[in-house]
Write a protein that binds this ligand. Structure first.
Ligand code: ZN
Length: 589
């Protein structure tokens, strides 16, 4: 069932977000907003804020945010249409029968059908475990010491003895072949018709942050290859952006995340009480996944529990780099002599694992140890090679304080002369092209800083605007939509400006124009923390600074567009520079 924008807006306006959230979370008035403990992370100080005026919420700690629909989707694990129906009922809005659907709506409809297929398939696989042909799979899971509760919690199942059974079942539930194909649960061939690649395997449903099944992993029980088979990527399943176990781990009270290699590791850890464990989806850890974890601002330590063998170490080194790039603290859990967390917990129990977490190794010292173990320390040339490598690793650490602390620690551990290593590091930083195998951290780092400062300014301007539409004439006079240089900001700015022009801006309804993944970020843009200003004069000064900062950034981005070397570009650059200088000298208000 799909609904027009008008109906969605009607449902939204009949459900005051403060009332809806109050029925789940206890809120207290604080100034213009309401605050409470965030239901989406283990919150100790109220960091969850609800704005009645904007009809939006936002957590300043974990970054969750959105409108009333988004809240229901996150809190109750609903899809968007489900949230619309629940709130329509609550607000006494009668929903119309099915309406005409455009391309967007067709896609949303298809997504709901695919999610239903996945849900039905997951139920089917789970049921098969307890049928005679599933006995082997159940035995396998029991052999891994998984409890009935764990099997149920993760929805583990058995695929059936051939690739037709699940297809027949899905057809019997009324699903169309075309949708079954799109779901990734089946492929089509002239000879065989529609068959599923999943058969005779133990099945692991893969869930998104909201708990919807979006794909499957299947593991063989014997020696067949491949050991794990995952659903292919589809329009509705992106391996890079989702993580196994994340729908549970995101609400863990542990205060950190544990990143492991496999689904079995995640399940074993959750069963042992480590419900903060997650894994990537059959590929290496990705930048998108690091960003997903970074959104939990009070949980910025990531513990790596990768296999202790060669490939596991390589994967850990890669993950360390990505975590550092994302500004996350990374530590490595040593599970030797066991190979992985599953084996470790079985052999030594929960407390021993907690102890290993408490003594996890600093990620830099881990990197150095891996290098140390590669070379023969008795041979002077090998030792020089090791010291050079350590110097290179140090040179690649962007933060100077951290670099110096690592330097002292690593020299103490391996009995090296800190002064000599320090000189080598300075030399390498002076000539970064000599740092072999390492992407130079400095330029990207500097660029990111500038982007950050400017994106904060863009965000704050948009928040000022939605807080006080009276500012629109001034802000729009000096800052145009194209001055918002980052993709999402530009899209938000365009909608805000358009809404302001028409006098119809509703921040909470604007959110519906964005995908589920984007909504938290958009909520963040419209609810940035603003500088505290006491007088109107202070406020004008703060606004003036922001306007200038956004314009400066817009100028920099334009003038550094090295792809365009035309005379027009040069002239335009000069014109913009002059305009910016004029602006700096003027009263804006
Ligand atoms: Zn939160």
């Amino acid at each position: 069932m799909y609904y027009s924008d008008e109906i969605i807006e009607e449902v939204r306006s009949r459900n005051n977000i403060v009332d809806v959230i109050s029925s789940y979370v206890s809120l207290k008035r604080q100034g213009a907003n309401y605050v409470g403990l965030c239901p989406f992370h283990n919150d100790h100080n109220p960091s969850f804020s609800v704005s009645e005026r904007k009809q939006m919420y936002k957590c300043f700690s974990c970054g969750e945010g959105g409108n009333v629909f988004r809240f229901m989707m996150q809190y109750e694990n609903m899809t968007f249409p489900e949230a619309v129906r629940a709130l329509a009922e609550r607000g006494g809005v009668e929903l119309p029968q099915e309406q005409e659907s455009g391309a967007e709506r067709a896609r949303a409809q298809q997504r709901e059908r695919i999610l239903n297929i996945n849900k039905d398939a997951a139920n089917y696989f789970y049921q098969q475990l307890h049928r005679p042909h599933g006995a082997k799979a159940l035995e396998y899971l029991k052999g891994r010491q998984l409890s009935d509760e764990t099997i149920r919690k993760f929805g583990l199942g058995f695929a059936g003895v051939d690739g037709r059974q699940v297809i027949d079942f899905l057809r019997s539930k009324g699903h169309e072949d075309a949708d079954i194909r799109v779901s990734g649960l089946a492929s089509f061939s002239e000879k065989e018709g529609l068959t599923s690649p999943f058969w005779n395997r133990v099945m692991f449903p893969i869930q998104d942050a909201g708990g919807h099944v979006i794909a499957f992993g299947g593991r063989v029980m014997g020696d067949a290859k491949p050991k794990y088979l995952n659903s292919p990527e589809t329009d509705f399943f992106n391996k890079r952006k989702n993580m196994y176990g994340y729908h549970i781990a995101r609400r863990s009270r542990a205060g950190n995340f544990i990143l492991c290699e496999g689904y079995m590791d995640v399940i074993a850890m959750h069963q042992a009480g480590f419900d903060q464990a997650v894994a990537s989806l059959g590929t290496a850890f990705t930048e998108e996944q690091a960003n997903l974890l970074r959104r939990h601002k009070d949980r910025n330590t990531i513990y790596l529990a990768y296999d202790t063998d060669g490939p596991g170490v390589t994967a850990a080194l890669r993950a360390i780099g990505l975590c550092r790039e994302a500004g996350l603290v990374c530590k490595v859990i040593d599970m030797r002599p066991q190979k992985d967390p599953d084996e470790f917990i079985k052999a030594n129990g929960r407390e021993a694992f907690q102890d290993r977490i408490d003594h996890a190794e600093n990620s830099f010292l881990f990197q150095a140890r891996v290098e140390y173990e590669k070379v023969d320390q008795q041979d002077p040339d090998s030792r020089t090679a090791f010291q050079t490598r350590v110097s290179e690793l140090l040179a690649a650490v962007p933060d100077e304080l951290a670099r110096n602390n690592y330097l002292l620690a690593v020299c103490e551990r391996y009995g090296m002369n800190a002064e000599a290593i320090g000189r080598k590091v300075s030399e390498l930083i002076g000539h970064p092209e000599e740092v072999s195998g390492y992407v130079r951290p400095k330029p990207t780092q500097a660029k990111r800083k500038r982007e950050d400062a400017s994106s904060v300014a863009q965000k704050m301007l948009l928040t000022y605007l939605t807080d006080d539409p009276g500012l629109y004439p001034v802000i729009s006079k000096y800052v145009k939509v194209e001055d918002y240089t980052e993709g999402l900001y530009a899209r938000v700015a365009e909608l805000v400006y358009r809404g302001m022009e028409a006098g119809t801006l509703q921040p909470a309804s604007l959110l519906n124009q964005f995908t589920e993944e984007e909504q938290s970020d958009v909520a963040d843009i419209l609810q940035a923390q603003l500088p505290e200003t006491e007088t109107e004069q202070d406020r004008r000064k703060a606004l003036r600074d922001l306007i200038l900062k956004v314009r400066e950034n817009s100028y920099l981005v334009f003038s550094q567009d090295t792809g365009d070397k035309s005379m027009e570009h040069v002239m335009e650059t000069i014109r913009r520079k002059k305009e910016l200088e004029d602006l700096r000298r003027r009263d804006l208000f």
